[in-house]
Ligand binder design. Structure first.
Ligand code: KIV
Length: 272
C-alpha cells in the first residue's frame, strides 16, 4: 500500500504577483521562533517576515538597531524549520548592507545559506539601489521597505507618519518605481498616508504590503506580538488586536501558581 502525503502548495514570489493581479490581498505576519511560526503557517498566513523587530519584541531593545546578523539567522532558521507553506522573508539588520553592495550580498548569502529562508528585505530606496541589484544578481529575491524605516529612527527622530510633505511623497513614489525596476518582488510601505499608499500601489505592478498604510495596498503586515495582544504598551492607530494573549497567559500562570501552592497540581492522574 502506498502512502500519499498531502501536497501543500508553497507560496512563491510569483504567486504573490498573481495575487496582486487577481486582486487577492496578501496576509503577512512576523514570527521569530519555531512554535509560533508553526501555528501561523498552519493557520494560513501567506508570508512570514522574520523582522528585525525581533530586536524589540524578542530581545527587549528600544530600537531595531542592535540586532546582529547571527541573531537574525538564528531566528530565521527556527522559523524555516516550522514552515510548510508560507514564503519566509528575513530582514537584513542594520549595519550589514549599508557599507557596500558586496557586504549586502555577503549578508544575504549568509541568511539564505544558513537559515534556508526564501528572500531578504532591506530598508531604503535609491540609497540602496546598488545593494539591491547585487543581491538580485545572485538569485536572491528582495523585498523593499519604504516610508517609516525603523533602522533610520535616529535620522527621523520620531516614529510618526512619514511622507506627509510633497517632496518626501514624490521621492517615495520614485523609490518604489526604482525598486520595481531593479527587480524587487514586493515592497513594504510603513506608516504613510493612505492616499499616498494607494497611489504607490497603482503606480507599480509588484505587490505593496502595508503597515499603517491604509486599505488600498496589496496586502497587510503586522508584528505578531502586537496583533495577538502580547505587547500591550504599543498602541498605534493602525494596530488591530485580534486577541488578548497577555490576559490569557496571566490567568493561566496565576492559576498554575495557585495550584502549585495549594498542592492541587499534580493530581493522582498526573503522576507516574
Ligand atoms: O521588522 C519588522 O517587523 C518589519 C515590519 C514592521 C514590516 O519590518
Amino acid at each position: 500500500m502506498s502512502v500519499h502525503k498531502q501536497e501543500i502548495k508553497k507560496i512563491t514570489t510569483h504567486q504573490l504577483q498573481e495575487m496582486k493581479s487577481r486582486g487577492e490581498k496578501i496576509a503577512m505576519l512576523t514570527a521569530y521562533d519555531y512554535s509560533m511560526a508553526k501555528i501561523i503557517d498552519g493557520a494560513g498566513i501567506d508570508v512570514i517576515l522574520v523582522g528585525d523587530s525581533a530586536s524589540n519584541v524578542m530581545a527587549g531593545n528600544e530600537t531595531t538597531l542592535p540586532i546582529t546578523l547571527d541573531q537574525m539567522i538564528y531566528h530565521a532558521s527556527s522559523v524555516v524549520k516550522a514552515v510548510k507553506r508560507a514564503l519566509v522573508v528575513v530582514d537584513i539588520p542594520f549595519g550589514y548592507y549599508q557599507g557596500s553592495s558586496g557586504e549586502a550580498l555577503r549578508s544575504s548569502i549568509r541568511i539564505m545559506k544558513e537559515s534556508g529562508a526564501h528572500a531578504v528585505k532591506l530598508e531604503g530606496g535609491s540609497e540602496v539601489k546598488d545593494s539591491v541589484l547585487r543581491i538580485l544578481s545572485a538569485g536572491v529575491p528582495v523585498m523593499g521597505h519604504l516610508g517609516l524605516t525603523p533602522q533610520s529612527i535616529y535620522k527621523f527622530g520620531t516614529y510618526t507618519v512619514r511622507a506627509k510633505e510633497e517632496a518626501e511623497a514624490a521621492k517615495l513614489i520614485e523609490d518604489a518605481k526604482l525598486l520595481e525596476k531593479c527587480g524587487c518582488f514586493a515592497i513594504v510601505l510603513e506608516k504613510i498616508p493612505a492616499t499616498l499608499a494607494k497611489k504607490v500601489a497603482e503606480s507599480i505592478q509588484i505587490p505593496t504590503i502595508g503597515i499603517g498604510a491604509g486599505p488600498d495596498v496589496d496586502g497587510q503586515v503586522l508584528v505578531m506580538q502586537d496583533m495577538l495582544g502580547i505587547t500591550m504598551e504599543f498602541k498605534p492607530r493602525f494596530l488591530r488586536r485580534y486577541a488578548d494573549l497577555q490576559s490569557v497567559i496571566n490567568k493561566a500562570v496565576n492559576d498554575y501558581v495557585a495550584d502549585v501552592k495549594a498542592k492541587a497540581f499534580p493530581s493522582d492522574k498526573e503522576k507516574y
